[in-house]
Design a protein. Sequence first.
Length: 232
Amino acid sequence: MTMQLLSIFLLGLCTLTQSTFAGEFQTPESIYTAARLLIDKTLEPTTEHETTFSPLDPRLQLSVCEQPLEAFSATQTIKPGRNAISVKCNSMKSWSLYVSAQVKVYQDVVTLTRPVKRGEILTEDMLSIKRVDISQFSTPLIHDLNVAAHKQAAHNLSQGAILNERDITQAILIKRGENVTISSSNPSLSIQMQGIAQMDGVQGQTIRVKNTSSDKIISGVVTKQGTVAINR
């Protein structure tokens, strides 16, 4: 046998051996596929997401499963961020393992178009919508412009900041000691009086107000900045 024929023979033998050896074990790709199917099925169909897996140990040698692989979430749910997925084989040579899946979920969120100072009231022109991966955030984000508009900044916020529930509070429309308009109305008559707020108030809140004409303390509902309504 010539050296050339010997080389071809050895190469073929090596390839056959590697192929046979690889066929004896479950491939990592098949395990990832089972985990990915579970993630895709568990998330809402309209959810835009992306999944990556931490590589399995290349030394892992699991028998090829004679049954379809089964996958389960360790927490019974799939959340944005890291998830532990159990993949099991229930054939004669059974086995199970966990794979680590990083799930990125993309959603529309509210961001700031300019810097905002603590206590400043957010208006529509300060807000915009941006699509981001929410898996990197632990605090619930704000997804609706109407939720953030007319709220008050809880602290200083930078331009481009992605708003979460801790960034905003109900806007204080009336401050204690401030001059306010007291509006009293019924179906046939509307009267306005002047008063002094005895406490801070947000929209829809009932606060105490001193009528400057009678010096009486009355209660009214904050309807807008500087105005308290009393229904008669």
